[in-house]
Unconditional design. Structure first.
Length: 332
């Protein structure tokens, strides 16, 4: 079985600080994540100066501050990107970042990224999708707020621009932070995989770790989850993120579930083979039986251990003659 690819989503939880970003990388490495992901954008290219914040952002940041002002403080410049990419290589974890505009796509391309993550908000952005598709990279497409028709249209744009379908993984997602359990609709993740014949996964914004673990059990090949150093830090996404110890617990649970899923073959496992002789039963003498007597339902019974004749041969043995003498509880 292929290992589930786990993305620790640092996002903008660095609060604009390269030092905090490096601490987040350290935490992702310690937790055992395969990649740590940030966000690449220019506020001037991403939002208008009059754009409103999402409701969850209003609850977690200064109400008087515009979305533009909030976003601008969270930009990482080119030097910061180079530092973080180098730091990730040193720490042996994959650096990823989600671009939110054409300038950011080109920056990440020039910096050598081989995997491009498309966020839910860009799934209807045709020029953006075409730009990423033309790079022929591995693509991870989040689908929050989208229906199957919109997903299909986005995939078609990416493929027609030059990308290979086999290099696209589609993530089921919900963009509410935090996502109410009743709105997760996790079974739709499997529907996505079946509908588009692609690898599928799950980008989680619920509180806690149960849902991404369940997604792995349903066949997710990628799990993405926001994390932070401290949920009480200022910023839009900290409260809906995991703290480092929670990230560790989630990844350990996912790795356990991976092993537990096993294969589709039903057979005794190596660890339980030794239990056959102890837990199963055999035909034994219920009473003393003399050589030449017939085996009957009155003088035979079934008991442990399972080292003798299987009880599945009961009908075959009843009515035959004993070729030995047996005492009570002797194996036949």
């Amino acid at each position: 079985m292929k290992k589930v690819f786990i993305i620790a989503e640092a996002g903008v939880n660095h609060n604009g600080s390269s030092d905090i970003a490096k601490e987040l990388i350290d935490a992702a490495v310690k937790a055992g994540a395969d990649a740590v992901k940030f966000q690449t954008f220019k506020a001037a290219n991403l939002v208008s100066k009059t754009a409103q914040k999402a409701d969850y952002q209003k609850q977690t940041t200064d109400v008087e501050e515009s979305q533009f002002e909030m976003i601008q403080k969270l930009e990482l410049d080119v030097d910061a990107h180079k530092q973080l990419i180098s730091y990730c290589k040193h720490k042996n974890i994959l650096f990823l970042s989600t671009p939110f505009d054409h300038e950011s796509i080109e920056l990440l391309h020039k910096l050598g990224l081989e995997v491009f993550k498309i966020p839910s908000g860009e799934i209807t952005n045709l020029p953006y999708l075409r730009h990423i598709g033309s790079l022929n990279k591995r693509v991870i497409l989040s689908t929050g707020m989208a229906n199957l028709g919109e997903i299909e249209a986005a995939i078609n744009v990416i493929i027609q621009a030059g990308s290979n379908r086999k290099n696209i993984t589609i993530l089921h997602a919900n963009t509410e932070y935090p996502t109410p359990m009743k709105d997760v609709n996790l079974k739709a993740m499997v529907t996505i995989g079946n509908a588009f014949n692609t690898n599928y996964g799950y980008s989680d914004h619920t509180l806690g770790i149960e849902v991404p673990i369940a997604a792995v059990a349903l066949g997710a090949s990628i799990i993405e989850k926001h994390f932070t150093l401290d949920k009480n830090m200022p910023g839009p996404d900290h409260r809906a993120s995991l703290e480092p110890h929670e990230l560790i617990s989630m990844i350990q649970a996912i790795r356990n579930i991976e092993q537990a899923l096993g294969s589709t073959v039903k057979k005794p496992s190596p660890s339980e083979a030794k239990n056959k002789s102890i837990a199963r039963k055999s035909l034994v003498a219920k009473t003393s039986i003399k050589e030449g007597e017939f085996f009957t339902e009155e003088n035979l019974t079934i008991k442990r251990p399972g080292t003798g004749i299987s009880p599945m041969r009961w009908d075959e043995v009843i009515g035959t003659k004993a070729v030995n003498n047996y005492q009570e509880d002797d194996l036949i």
